[in-house]
Write a protein that binds this ligand. Structure first.
Ligand code: C2E
Ligand code: CA
Ligand code: CA
Length: 334
């Protein structure tokens, strides 16, 4: 429900209704079963929303999006396990707009369907190029939103993109947040299962923030559990979060799920997760998301012989010599 109050919110009946609408829109985006009272800041947000929505329609047509790639590495040896594809919007006036701002708008307006087609094709196309150059055992991971789960015939959509780009299904992973899984239609779950049978792997993203029951988790078609960065950042100085982190890792092991921890920014976090038995990590300590050209330079500069042998290359944390020295020491000690 949205509420506007005379005369604070507006002074004419028509404007009052419009402002109540703005407040209602805000209530809808904030959650279910709640109300919001109009404030001028909401009006500014609303104008920004409509501006970005109009601009996004143009941007999709003129190809103003690009993908960045963030490596996820194995804590033992720092080999790249996969790259997460993260979309960016290169706006002619605003500069780079981050997905936290435009993905919710794209989802609300269903523009994510069109944008998501491009993201999947582009991610597979890029990975196919790296695959052909020797990256045979690393994967590309693509984020899928609730709207796509609801409206796309998932298996046909994904397999067509793989065929078009000549990327093997075993080189692809899909990331779906825990909260999307909770609302996903049964059909989408069956479609994901089909994709898994074809070799695509599925990750449950932002785990720990969606309040899914553990009973549900046992039945989901997933191979990988990505622990939300909140647990990583809180675990260092909050005992309760530390214990929750322990339990999530233990539970994942029981369910034979591969665990990935995201948001690793400090050496201490790296060491904590390693001591808990987490094998795969992602975060600014290793690398921020990078453009494909930077990734290409990084992996192919190490030469092609290692790549040919292992099907992947290493990505050492980009920190000062002191901190990377500490990581290598702890690696040598373990
Ligand atoms: P996400 O899927 O949870 O992606 C991880 C986000 O954490 C990324 O933000 C990444 O840059 C950021 N991150 C990585 N390491 C660290 C770290 O050490 N510290 C901190 N503080 N952050 C870190 P980004 O790229 O801004 O994306 C934000 C969200 O937007 C993503 O969260 C995802 O939900 C959505 N998104 C991004 N790209 C896509 C896409 O292609 N499709 C869809 N549907 N959603 C996307
Ligand atoms: Ca993700
Ligand atoms: Ca996440």
């Amino acid at each position: 429900m949205g509420i506007a109050v005379y005369p604070d919110s507006a002074s004419t009946p028509h404007a009052l209704i419009q402002m109540a609408d703005v407040a209602m829109y805000r209530a809808k985006t904030d959650g279910r079963g709640i109300y919001r009272i109009y404030s001028p800041e909401m009006g500014a947000n609303m104008r920004r929303y409509h501006y970005l929505l109009d601009e996004m329609r143009l941007a999709i047509d003129s190809g103003n999006f690009f993908l960045t790639f963030q490596p996820v590495i194995n804590v033992d040896g720092c080999h790249i396990n996969y790259f997460e594809a993260l979309v960016r919007w290169q706006h002619p006036v605003e500069g780079t707009i981050t997905p936290d701002e435009f993905i919710p708008i794209a989802e609300n307006s269903n523009l994510i369907l069109e944008l998501g087609d491009w993201i999947l094709d582009e991610a597979c196309r890029q990975m196919a190029a790296w695959y052909n150059a020797g990256m045979k055992s690393a994967r590309i991971s693509v984020n899928i939103s609730a709207v796509q789960l609801k409206y796309k015939a998932l298996s046909e959509w994904v397999l067509t993109s793989l065929q078009k780009t000549a990327l093997p299904p075993t080189s692809l992973m899909l990331e779906i947040t825990e909260s999307c899984f909770i609302d996903a239609p049964d059909e989408a779950i069956r479609e994901l299962e089909k994709l898994r049978q074809a070799g695509v792997i599925v990750a449950i993203d932002d785990f720990g923030t969606g309040f899914s029951s553990l009973a549900v988790l046992g039945n989901l078609p997933v191979d990988v559990l990505k622990i939300d960065k909140l647990f990583v950042s809180e675990a260092m100085n909050n005992k309760k979060y530390n214990k929750i982190l322990h339990s999530i890792v233990d539970m994942a092991k029981q369910l034979e799920l591969k665990v990935v921890a995201e948001g690793i920014e400090h050496v201490e976090q790296f060491e904590l997760l390693k001591s808990l038995g987490v094998k795969y990590i992602q975060g600014y300590l290793i690398s921020r998301p990078q453009r494909s050209s930077v990734v290409g330079e990084k992996i192919f500069d190490q030469g092609y012989s290692g790549l040919a042998q292992t099907g992947t290359s290493t990505w050492l944390p980009q920190t000062s010599r002191l901190t990377s020295g500490r990581i290598l020491q702890s690696k040598a000690a373990s």
